[in-house]
Ligand binder design. Sequence first.
Ligand SMILES: NC(=O)c1ccc[n+]([C@@H]2O[C@H](COP(=O)([O-])OP(=O)(O)OC[C@H]3O[C@@H](n4cnc5c(N)ncnc54)[C@H](OP(=O)(O)O)[C@@H]3O)[C@@H](O)[C@H]2O)c1
Ligand SMILES: *[C@@H]1O[C@H](CO)[C@@H](O)[C@H](O)[C@H]1NC(C)=O
Ligand SMILES: *[C@@H]1O[C@H](CO)[C@@H](O)[C@H](O)[C@H]1NC(C)=O
Length: 330
Amino acid sequence: MGWFTSFLYSQFFVTLPEPIKDFSGQTVIVTGSNTGLGLEAARHLSRLNATLIILAVRNKGKGEAAKESILASTNRQETSIEVWDLDMQSYESIKAFCTRASTLPRLDAVIENAGIMTKYFKIVGGYESTITTNVIGTFLLVLGLLPKLKQSAKDFNIQPRLSIVSSDLHFIAKFPERHSEDIFDALNDEKSEMSMERYAVSKLLEVFGVRELASMMTKDSKPDSPSVIVNCMTPGACKSDFHRENSSIGGIIQSILDALIARTTEAGSRTLVAGIAAGEESHGAYMADCKIGEPGSLVLGTDGKALQETVWDQLIRQLEIIQPGISKNI
Ligand SMILES: NC(=O)c1ccc[n+]([C@@H]2O[C@H](COP(=O)([O-])OP(=O)(O)OC[C@H]3O[C@@H](n4cnc5c(N)ncnc54)[C@H](OP(=O)(O)O)[C@@H]3O)[C@@H](O)[C@H]2O)c1
Ligand SMILES: *[C@@H]1O[C@H](CO)[C@@H](O)[C@H](O)[C@H]1NC(C)=O
Ligand SMILES: *[C@@H]1O[C@H](CO)[C@@H](O)[C@H](O)[C@H]1NC(C)=O
């Protein structure tokens, strides 16, 4: 089955399993959890008795409203949810967030869900804003939280998990920038194709990043078992605020797509919970429909591994500029 047939099959026929894993005792961070998939994933975690859920959001008011909404539906204690500031387009905000997270007694899991798609080319923090948010900021946060996750693994004899919300759309990335000497510089060309293509590239870079990071984390570990599990997943097409800008494919077509095939955010959010409920077989994997799936052809093709290493080398170089020494966190 081609990816699109699989995608349609999944949207029409797959009923995602309701999350049932018990999260009691656990502290979980969910980014972009004031709305959409992040909010519904946090609601599941609250129902599943997570001891502390941190809603990592850029708008405190929206975060507090999300907290109220969750507590109203789960009847959990007020102290089981905290709202923390996190702006994925500000490296200072991400660093401050990681510093704050380092003071937590423990950290069991992280869902990196915050992400954008935009048709407007804009440079933020040195990169085109989709790349800043979905790739640079996302991996700055991954590496910034790794020490705390590793520490928790040791202190509590647990295997913490970190899952990045990627997308099926990574399958359609054309990614011509991969032929450039400097990929991130090429992505900063204001003539480049935005919207769906740029978004798809950002989600492909997430898949590459997760695979390479995972393999680095297990390279030297004996036995071959990661102290922290890192994976990525797709929620499938879901109705959310995601197409908040006038949709790149046209408002009417978007509405028809939403009505015909899109999942509710609650259904889609089950895949986010599955990402941090999966075991070490998911380390480095791309998950779809709450199971381990196969990523796109640029990843699995003959040049995939080489491209993955190139992407990672260049990504780490950018992150080292933003936070010197950060690669030692791996
Ligand atoms: N919906 C889909 O069909 C679909 C399909 C595949 C993958 N995804 C992925 O799923 C994730 C969640 O999307 P969604 O559908 O739930 O969309 P959404 O309703 O637009 O939610 C996106 C969340 O990310 C937050 N966010 C965006 N930029 C941020 C920043 N700079 N700093 C902090 N938070 C930021 C938003 O906060 P604000 O409310 O403050 O803007 C919001 O909470 C994204 O990574 C998306 O790529 C979605
Ligand atoms: C959560 O805790 C409640 C109250 O102790 C219990 O009834 C429920 O079964 C727990 N849920 C899970 C998923 O363990
Ligand atoms: C949507 O399109 C209208 C009309 O072209 C425009 O005025 C508005 O700024 C657009 N909104 C966004 C968020 O792009």
